[in-house]
Design a protein around this ligand. Structure first.
Ligand code: G4P
Length: 525
């Protein structure tokens, strides 16, 4: 098969939602349709217990949430689809954000009764910031739901994103009778499992009389008139540019509306496209193999102490055993151990293409954001953004004899990007996170993997700003109870402030000091 064809077949999307909106159930149904799993309950089992095989996932089990994220690949018709699961919880971490830097589109699952919840909003902002197309699946129509017109309005009001309904619900809860597919002009009946093709009169066609309850039909006609008159028009270009969100309604649990969603999604979502590098762009069809690492997960199997780097392939063909160059260090690395990331079943990958995500076993060479290339030219993909932490704590080993283990753990977790690590002028270790769960994971892993009990004290800082200077002696003078100087993992100076007010008064006082919001990981000050 031509490379172009192989690439066009690929779709890679992140699935985001507030907990309990139905992300796991929808993922499971998609995998079932693709034949990747044979029975319902497989993904759920993973969520609940089976997956807790590897120890540090105990936290997931205890908290009932997904701390890590995995990639699930399946084939549907002529497409190869990769779903990137993202942890969706108040306590989410930087990982969640980074996953979204590696996908080409996102699917947002919303509970039809609850509407948009805080967490979904945050993740949505990350997608829209990066121009990633967002598909909305409004779930649980088999239960009592909000008025669908209100749901649409909420999308626009809360997320500020214009949306267009592709399918539309006919009733909800006990009265749920199916969905109307506006693009195909078909009514899909829920309990009767029947598809009714409509004529040019659409929902006003006589065919529907007697097929739907009078109230549902009446509502459907009114709602369609309203949407046709005042709603947004379907515009594929806008959808692909992430400026218009197509909306689908259904019930993941009842597996209704899911196929409709999947079919449309595959037509509307972008295939892997070009990626920016520091000096230009890489096309997926370029022959030279290139890719970047967006996630590193260590000690997935406590017996092996392995580290797995998640690699998004951007161009060329990956062949197991190939030699690549790690751009950051110039080091040649043989990629001999590679794996699919389908749930917890690890299967060796021999060949993979642009638009695939694979796992590479790593003995400590890689960092998040690293570019790998099989070419002679040194290239760097645009650095992944560092998200400014808002929570900080001071951490130390309870037993000073364990200092070496402690340092090793801190260093490795910082390299993995599990948490931000800073040191201050007294060599104290300060951790920074975007979600408190990151602290919990940190503590759990130091105790369990590095055999070190730690003491963690929350400190009252909420804002971090990198400073564009090399004169650190000068910086020390700025410190007071509301401002602390620390150094990040790359030894770049960072000022921590207690709150926005402290930051503002600092800026007013020292106008000449250039503060930067969130520096890219590899950018030098
Ligand atoms: P999440 O991954 O987004 O956290 O949500 P998940 O799929 O785990 O679903 C959360 C709960 O909502 C589950 O019920 C699930 O069965 C239910 N659910 C998901 N989709 C639908 C739907 O379309 N309709 C209805 N009525 N319920 C749905 P649970 O009681 O927490 O778990 P379980 O006992 O069913 O496993």
């Amino acid at each position: 098969m031509e490379t172009q064809e192989l690439i066009n077949k690929r779709r890679i999307f992140g699935i985001i939602s507030h907990p309990d909106a139905g992300k796991t159930t929808l993922t499971e149904k998609l995998l079932l349709h693709g034949g990747a799993i044979r029975e319902a309950g497989t993904v759920r089992a993973r969520k609940n217990s089976k997956y807790a095989k590897s120890d540090w996932m105990e936290i997931e089990k205890q908290r009932g949430i997904s701390v890590t994220s995995s990639v699930m690949q399946f084939e549907y018709k002529d497409k190869v689809i990769s779903i990137m699961d993202t942890p969706g919880h108040n306590d989410f971490g930087e990982d969640t954000y980074r996953i979204l830097t590696s996908v080409d589109s996102a699917v947002m699952v919303i509970d039809a009764a609850k509407g948009i919840e805080a967490q979904t909003k945050k993740l949505f902002q990350v997608c829209s910031m990066r121009g990633i197309p967002i598909f909305t699946f409004i779930n649980k129509l088999d239960r009592q739901a909000m008025d669908p017109l209100d749901s649409m309005q909420e999308l626009e009001d809360v997320l500020g994103m214009p949306s267009v309904a592709v399918t539309w619900p006919i009733g909800c809860g006990k009265e749920f009778e199916g969905v109307y597919d506006r693009l195909e002009n078909e009514v899909h009946l829920f309990r009767k499992e029947q598809i009714v093709k409509l004529d040019k009169d659409g929902v006003h066609s006589n065919i529907l009389e007697g097929l739907l309850s009078a109230t549902n039909l009446d509502n459907l006609r009114n709602e369609m008139d309203l949407l046709d008159g005042a709603g947004n028009f379907f515009d594929l270009e806008k959808i692909k540019a992430g400026k218009l969100s197509p909306v689908f309604f259904g019930s993941a649990l009842a597996d209704f509306g899911v196929t409709e969603f999947l079919e449309h999604f595959l037509k509307m979502s972008p295939a892997p496209g070009k990626r920016k590098t520091i000096s230009g762009e890489v096309e997926p069809t370029d022959e030279t193999f290139t890719g970047f690492i967006f996630k590193i997960q260590a000690n997935m199997n406590p017996n092996h102490r392995d580290r797995l780097a998640f690699l998004r392939i951007c161009s060329g063909t990956f062949e197991r055993g190939m030699n690549v160059t790690l751009s950051r260090t110039g080091k040649q690395i043989k990629l001999s151990q590679s794996t699919h990331l389908m749930a917890n079943e690890r299967e060796t990958v021999d060949i993979a293409y642009a638009g695939d995500v694979i796992g590479i076993y790593d003995s400590g060479n890689f960092q998040i954001g690293d570019t790998l290339t099989a070419g002679k030219e040194k290239i760097f993909f645009e650095p992944l953004p560092t998200f400014p932490p808002e929570l900080f704590c001071r951490v130390s080993a309870v037993n000073s004899l364990k200092g070496k283990n402690f340092q090793k753990g801190v260093h490795q977790l910082a390299q993995e990007g599990a948490i931000q690590v800073y040191t201050n002028e007294y060599n104290e270790v300060i951790l920074g996170a975007v979600g408190v769960l990151q602290f919990e994971v940190f503590e759990y892993r130091l105790v369990n993997e590095y055999n070190t009990d730690i003491r963690m004290d929350h400190i009252d800082f909420t804002v971090a700003r990198w400073v564009k200077t090399t004169d650190t002696d000068e910086l020390k003078k700025y410190q007071n109870s509301r401002c602390m100087l620390v150094f990040d993992h790359y030894e770049r100076p960072v000022l921590l402030f207690t709150n926005q007010y402290a930051l503002k008064s600092f800026q007013e006082r020292y106008e000449d000091v250039k503060l930067v919001d969130a520096l890219d990981v590899t950018e030098e000050v």
